[in-house]
Design a protein around this ligand. Structure first.
Ligand SMILES: Nc1ncnc2c1ncn2[C@@H]1O[C@H](COP(=O)(O)OP(=O)(O)OP(=O)(O)O)[C@@H](O)[C@H]1O
Ligand SMILES: [Mg+2]
Length: 476
């Protein structure tokens, strides 16, 4: 990855251009500014930018035409359109032609920065190559030569060339997203976009319009038409992550896409044909969800034409040493350790752990070990220390809330924490679940009621935090 993402800004209003340029540079981006559409297009084709931001009305070539032509040449390059008041309809055309998204003028700078971050993430998912089974320095790889992983590489090879729907299953941190990207990259749609949507991260009410778009006036606040991701990804691949969290209404609509290959925008009547390959993933026990009527059985069968199951890391322990060495090389530089070494005893200890958080937990552990590593090899004691600290119950217990928040905000200011809210949740959650399940004496239903979450959620969290519970009184 490049040190700084490079952005091309095509904007003829010099005031706006210099203002935006300043803000983007302050946020760590390399920015090139051009004022004409035609030179903008040339430059965008010639140079490897990570994101292009363009105004609509431009001398030489307008923004819309720029989007259309650039998308033909570089379909994976995210383009953000800045539109003046009253030209949202035009921006909609642009999303159909492949623009990543648009901001209507006037906009808050934060809004644009948000979009840039999203565009960069989307472009990373599409463009960062995923190698299978081998670690090439500086590249992302799926590590593991165990029989299990060999089988998975074979399956990826088998399904990639087709457009068949694939369901990837496995516990949290087992590598589902990585596998989804590998399938996409080895598919005959690799040159077309790959759009990832996390169904659990978007509120239900917004997810439908995110996926399928909406017509103007479809609901309060829908003051313009919006093109959904399915239309936008036409010809490409959509990755529906956390599909087990999708609500029933939307499940029915997704089923339609799979059956008829058409969508309807929210508030629209037109059936719009879409050619999109769907890759879905979930860590949920879908069979249990079907029994609880939380997941549609018919959708399940449509989705699971091909299922790739990623077993917990514990079942492929022989891959752990290679993974550890891979993560050491990968994260050594950021920790300031050029060629990190580790003792065989330390590796053996890592290999003997349960890893309820699977590869992600192993990865985080190696990263933490590196941050406190010295010049000599990482030892068994060092690794034990890191594991003990990571598994200690809530860091909050000894401190007052104010002191905790102060420490957290200090970290935020130093740039060590980027999302204070989720950090706080992550710090507190394990203790909350531990106490709830303990007080409920292992009764998951009771714990779920107390916490105001679903039973599936409780089960999942207990597993994630490595908490045990007595036999549940009823089948789940
Ligand atoms: N076999 C592997 N080799 C190398 N890295 C891996 C492997 N599997 C997973 N990882 C890394 O572990 C982390 C978690 O993987 P990923 O995000 O794909 O998991 P996931 O199954 O989607 O988890 P979740 O259900 O929590 O979303 C990522 O940083 C990923 O790169
Ligand atoms: Mg994931």
């Amino acid at each position: 990855m490049k040190a700084k993402p490079e952005i091309l800004l095509v904007e003829d209003d010099t005031n706006i251009a210099s203002g935006l340029q300043k803000v983007m540079r302050a946020n760590g981006y390399e920015v090139t500014t051009l004022s004409r559409g035609d030179t903008g297009l040339e430059q965008a084709i010639a140079q490897a930018f990570d994101v292009v931001i363009t105004d609509l009305r431009l001398p030489g070539l307008d923004g819309l035409e720029l989007v259309r032509r650039l998308h033909q040449v570089k379909p994976k390059l995210p383009i953000i359109l800045i539109t003046a008041h009253g030209s949202t309809e035009v921006a909609i055309e642009a999303t159909k032609w492949g623009a990543f998204d648009y901001v209507p003028k006037p906009f808050e700078v934060e809004e644009l920065l948000d979009l840039i971050a999203k565009a960069l993430e989307s472009s990373r998912l599409m463009s960062e190559p995923v190698d299978m089974g081998e670690a090439v320095p500086g590249r992302t790889a799926i590590i593991g030569n165990s029989r299990i992983m060999q089988g998975i590489y074979k399956e990826i090879g088998r399904v990639a060339a087709t457009s068949v729907t694939v369901l990837i299953r496995g516990d949290t941190g087992t590598g589902k997203e990585l596998i989804a990207r590998a399938i996409y990259q080895h598919s005959n749609r690799a040159a077309a976009p790959f759009i990832a949507i996390n169904c659990a991260a978007i509120p239900e009410t917004l997810l439908e319009s995110e996926l399928f778009g909406h017509e103007r006036g479809a609901f309060t606040g829908a003051d313009a038409r919006r093109i959904g991701r399915f239309e936008q990804a036409n010809g490409g691949t959509i990755f529906l992550d956390e599909i087990g969290d999708m609500d029933a209404n939307l499940q029915a609509k997704l089923l339609r896409v799979l059956q008829d290959k058409t969508i309807q925008r929210v508030g629209g009547r037109e059936n719009i044909a879409v050619d999109v390959r769907i890759i879905a993933a979930t860590h949920r026990d879908l069979e249990a969800a079907i029994r609880e009527r939380l997941f549609r059985e018919d959708l399940f069968y449509r989705l699971s034409v091909v299922t790739i199951k990623l077993p917990p890391l514990q079942q492929r322990q022989e891959d752990i040493p290679d993974m550890v060495r891979y993560f050491l090389r990968r994260y050594g530089p950021e920790a300031g350790v050029a060629s990190p070494a580790i003792t065989p005893e330390a590796i053996a200890h890592l290999q003997s752990q349960d890893w309820p958080g699977n590869v992600r937990e192993l990865e985080n552990t190696v990263r933490k070990a590196l941050l406190t590593a010295r010049d000599y090899a990482i030892s068994l004691e060092h690794v034990k220390g890191v594991l003990a600290r990571a598994r200690a119950p809530a860091a909050v217990s000894a401190q007052s809330h104010a002191a905790y928040v102060t420490a957290l905000m200090d970290q935020v200011e130093r740039g060590e924490v980027h999302n204070a809210f989720s950090k706080m949740l992550a710090d507190l959650e394990p203790e909350l679940y531990a106490q709830a399940i303990q007080r409920a004496r292992g009764n998951i239903t009771k714990a779920a009621q107390w916490l105001g979450v679903t039973r599936l959620k409780v089960r999942e969290k207990l597993k994630e935090f490595g908490l045990s519970h007595k036999r549940e009184p009823e089948a789940l």
